[in-house]
Design a protein around this ligand. Structure first.
Ligand SMILES: NC(=O)c1ccc[n+]([C@@H]2O[C@H](COP(=O)([O-])OP(=O)(O)OC[C@H]3O[C@@H](n4cnc5c(N)ncnc54)[C@H](O)[C@@H]3O)[C@@H](O)[C@H]2O)c1
Length: 312
C-alpha cells in the first residue's frame, strides 16, 4: 500500500516510517524539518531506498496539497505538529496555524487525493485536562477539557476529522497518545523528561525535579505506539482511542529507573513545582484493546534500557 507520513522525520514519525517500510509499504515522508531531522531517517534510507521518498514541504502550503494529489496515498498518517505545550502558550497563533490550519490542509489534500483514511496523532496527555482522581486511568468517555492552547488545537482537529468523515466519507482514527518516550526523542518535546533524565545522567549532569516528584504520568514506549498506528490503518474507524499503558509512574520512580539503567550515582536537584502542570495522569488502554486489538508490551525498565543504549 502507498502511505504518506506527515512529520515523518520527527521522533514518533520516523519510528512509524521504519515500521511501515518493514511491513513492505511504499512510504512518502513529508516534513519541513522544523523540529525533525533527516538523521532520524538515515537507517530507513540506507535499508529501503526505492521504497521511501522524502519531501521537504510545509503542511500549510499549496505545494503540499499538490504533492499529495500527485502521490495519491491510500492512508495518511498525520504526525506533523507544533508539539510543544510551552511554545503553544508563548505563541498560540503559530500553534493554531500548524495544528489547526495545517490539519485542515492535510484533510483537504487527502480529500482531493481520494485517500481512504487518516490516522491522526492526538494528545491524550492534554485532551482531558486535570482528571478527577477516581476517574484514573482516563477513558475516552471523559469530558475533553484541555488546559493549554496545544491541547485545544489538537482537540479541534478531532472535530474536523469527524466532519470530513461525515461530509466526504474520509475515514479517520485519532490516537490520543500518553507520554511517548524512546530513542531519537528531542528533550524539548511534549514528553521530554525521559530523554532529559537519560541524556543528563549518561553525561554525568544532575537532573532537575520540579515539585515533590510524586506527580505521575503514563509513559509509553515508542515502538508500542507505532504498533497502534499500524493497526489503526485498518481498524478503529471514526474513533478517538487512547494509547497508553494505564499505569501511573511518578517522576521520582522514573528518575530511579533511569539511575539504575545508567548506573549513575547523581542525586537530583529539587525545584519548586511549575504552575499549570497536571498532577496525575494515565490513560485507559481498554478501548484500544477492544477496537484495535492493541496492548503495550514494553516495560518501563526495558524501554529505558533501550533509550540509554541509544545514547551510549
Ligand atoms: N511525544 C509525545 O509524547 C506525544 C504525545 C501526544 C501526541 N503527540 C503528537 O505526536 C506527533 C509527533 O510528535 P513527536 O513527539 O514525534 O514530535 P516531533 O516534533 O519530533 O515531530 C513533529 C514533526 O513534524 C514536523 N513538522 C512540524 N511542523 C510542520 C509543518 N508545518 N509542515 C511539515 N512538517 C512539520 C517536524 O519537523 C517534526 O519532524 C505530534 O502530532 C504530537 O503532537 C506526541
Amino acid at each position: 500500500m502507498k502511505v504518506l507520513v506527515t512529520g515523518g522525520a520527527g521522533f514518533i514519525g520516523s519510528h512509524l516510517v521504519d515500521r511501515l517500510l518493514a511491513e513492505g509499504h511504499l512510504v512518502e515522508v513529508v516534513d519541513d524539518l522544523s523540529t525533525g531531522s533527516m538523521a532520524n531517517l538515515s537507517q530507513a534510507r540506507a535499508e529501503y531506498h526505492g521504497q521511501i521518498r522524502i519531501s521537504e514541504l510545509d503542511i500549510r502550503s499549496d505545494e503540499f496539497v499538490q504533492h499529495v494529489i500527485k502521490v495519491e496515498p491510500e492512508v495518511v498518517f498525520h504526525m506533523a505538529a507544533q508539539a510543544d505545550v510551552r511554545v503553544s502558550i508563548q505563541d498560540p497563533l503559530l500553534d493554531a496555524e500548524i495544528n489547526i490550519l495545517g490539519t485542515i490542509n492535510v484533510l483537504e489534500a487527502a480529500r482531493l487525493a481520494s485517500t481512504r483514511k487518516i490516522v491522526f496523532a492526538a494528545s491524550g496527555g492534554t485532551l482531558y485536562g486535570e482528571p478527577t482522581l477516581d476517574k484514573l486511568p482516563i477513558k475516552e468517555t471523559e469530558p475533553q477539557r484541555p488546559l493549554s492552547q496545544y491541547g485545544v488545537s489538537k482537540k479541534v482537529a478531532l472535530d474536523y476529522m469527524a466532519t470530513y468523515r461525515q461530509l466526504y466519507g474520509l475515514d479517520y482514527s485519532a490516537l490520543a497518545l500518553a507520554n511517548v518516550y524512546g530513542p531519537r526523542q528531542d528533550p524539548h518535546g511534549e514528553a521530554g523528561v525521559v530523554a532529559i533524565f537519560a541524556g543528563n545522567l549518561v553525561s554525568n549532569i544532575p537532573c532537575k525535579i520540579f515539585g515533590t516528584g510524586e506527580q505521575t504520568r503514563d509513559f509509553i514506549f515508542v515502538d508500542d505506539v507505532v504498533d497502534a498506528f499500524s493497526k489503526a490503518a485498518s481498524s478503529g474507524s471514526g474513533e478517538v482511542i487512547n494509547i497508553g499503558t494505564g499505569i501511573e509512574t511518578s517522576v521520582n520512580t522514573l528518575y530511579s529507573t533511569v539511575v539504575r539503567a545508567t548506573k549513575s550515582k547523581l542525586e537530583p536537584n529539587l525545584f519548586p513545582a511549575r504552575p499549570g502542570e497536571l498532577d496525575r495522569s494515565s490513560l485507559s488502554p481498554k478501548k484500544a484493546k477492544k477496537v484495535l486489538n492493541w496492548t503495550s508490551w514494553t516495560s518501563l525498565e526495558e524501554g529505558i534500557a533501550q533509550v540509554v543504549q541509544s545514547l551510549t
